[in-house]
Design a protein around this ligand. Structure first.
Ligand code: ADP
Length: 370
């Protein structure tokens, strides 16, 4: 098979006219860095909110032209929003260019954290399974391209199958009754780490839009950790109904959670609430509750800034072991304390999505000798 080069791609792109008579898409500066992996070509086209409709047509045409290059079997082209010109002395204002809905999916929610390692993915998986246990249809999208851990957490391996209907689409994988799609199914784990913003967006656009999702009440999106440009663009371009922020009680993690709140506020995505993970530790021997990281910080912070507090999940060896072996607690230990706590979070999330008032703060469950 022919090896695809940047030159091949650029030559084709230079023949594509930019909007408003601005020459071609390359000379108009609309094309991001181009990433090529085997027969897959990925890049982004820059647009502004008022041009989204015309640019969507151009995006389709560009994708088709790139697919015509010998050796290309997949073209992933995303639209990325241009930043508004910054006024002197003003903070940068991201432009809202929310994507259109995903057919079949009623509500999309993001699970986010200000930094890595706080249990965001574990929370996303168990929240998804808890929503499922409430009788809802659920899908999970792993958008954490820098460290896609969802396949491992669900115990899924292998590659998604192409959809039988529309040749270009993929079927999501299914586990524990939940539809799952992850970049981890498509590229080796270490490849995505080096991607820059536009690559991430084009990969995610493809995952979201080129997967043949079934009908779902909720899609849980596991966001990349942090609050940088990639996360902001993702929050901006995905039609999110809301976001759940995961934080540990340590000060530092809380400061980062605040950054997460600000990020969603900037792009007008409502924050459904905060979950405090690794909140406390119940000793398996003495049954006593140890508040290793100080505990309760997220609850206080939530009340201070007027965001619902959704609950606290204890630090527990079982959660870790089961997460890491692809048997998440909510699916495999339905009667455990953890499952009850995650279901409580799920109930509040669902009530919030239904536009209902959050009836009450999460109950503080005290366990003796769990
Ligand atoms: P993130 O997505 O924020 O990077 P992960 O969900 O991958 O975090 O969790 C990081 C590690 O912490 C994993 O090994 C996971 O099993 C573990 N972990 C997460 N939540 C808990 C918890 N409540 N108790 C014990 N271990 C946990």
């Amino acid at each position: 098979m022919a090896t695809v080069t940047q030159y091949d791609v650029l030559s084709v792109l230079k023949r594509m006219a930019a909007p408003d008579g601005r020459g071609n898409v390359v000379s108009a500066g609309l094309v991001s860095d181009i990433a090529i992996q085997g027969g897959t070509v990925m890049f982004a086209l820059t647009t502004s909110p008022q041009h989204v409709k015309t640019m969507e047509a151009l995006r389709g045409a560009v994708e088709k032209a790139v697919l015509g290059i010998p050796g290309v079997d997949k073209a992933m082209v995303a639209l990325t929003a241009e930043r508004a010109p910054q006024q002197p002395g003003q903070p940068p204002q991201p432009q809202v260019q929310r994507g259109t809905g995903i057919p079949g999916i009623k509500h999309l929610i993001a699970v986010a954290s200000g930094k890595g390692g706080v249990g965001k993915s574990t929370t996303a998986v168990n929240l998804a399974l808890a929503l499922k246990s409430l009788g809802l249809k659920v899908a999970v999208l792993d958008a954490d391209v820098y460290g896609p851990s969802i396949p491992k957490l669900f115990g899924l391996t292998g590659k998604p199958e192409p959809s039988s209907a529309a040749g270009k689409k993929m079927k999501p994988m299914t586990r524990y009754g939940v539809e799952v799609m992850s970049i981890g199914f498509l590229v080796p784990e270490d490849t995505a780490m080096i991607w820059r913003g536009p690559m991430v967006m084009s990969a995610l656009t493809q995952l979201l839009r080129d997967t043949e999702w079934g009908e779902s009440d909720v899609m849980v999106i596991d966001m990349p950790p942090g609050t940088g440009d990639v996360q902001l663009t993702l929050a901006q371009q995905t039609p999110l109904a809301g976001a759940v922020i995961v934080s540990t009680p340590q000060d530092l993690a809380l400061i980062d959670a605040r950054k997460g709140l600000n990020m969603f506020a900037k792009v007008n995505v409502p924050v459904i609430g905060i979950v405090e993970n690794m909140s406390y530790f119940v000793c398996t021997k003495c049954g006593e509750r140890h508040e290793i990281f100080g505990h309760g910080g997220a609850r206080e912070e939530a009340s201070r800034i007027g965001v619902p507090f959704l609950g606290e999940i204890p630090l527990d060896k079982e959660v870790r072991l089961r997460s890491d072996s692809g048997e998440p607690v909510v699916a495999t230990q339905p009667d455990s304390l953890h499952t009850a706590l995650y279901r409580d979070v799920a109930r509040q999330v669902w009530a919030s999505l239904q536009g209902g008032q959050l009836a009450r703060p999460a109950p503080r469950i005290v366990v003796d000798g769990q």
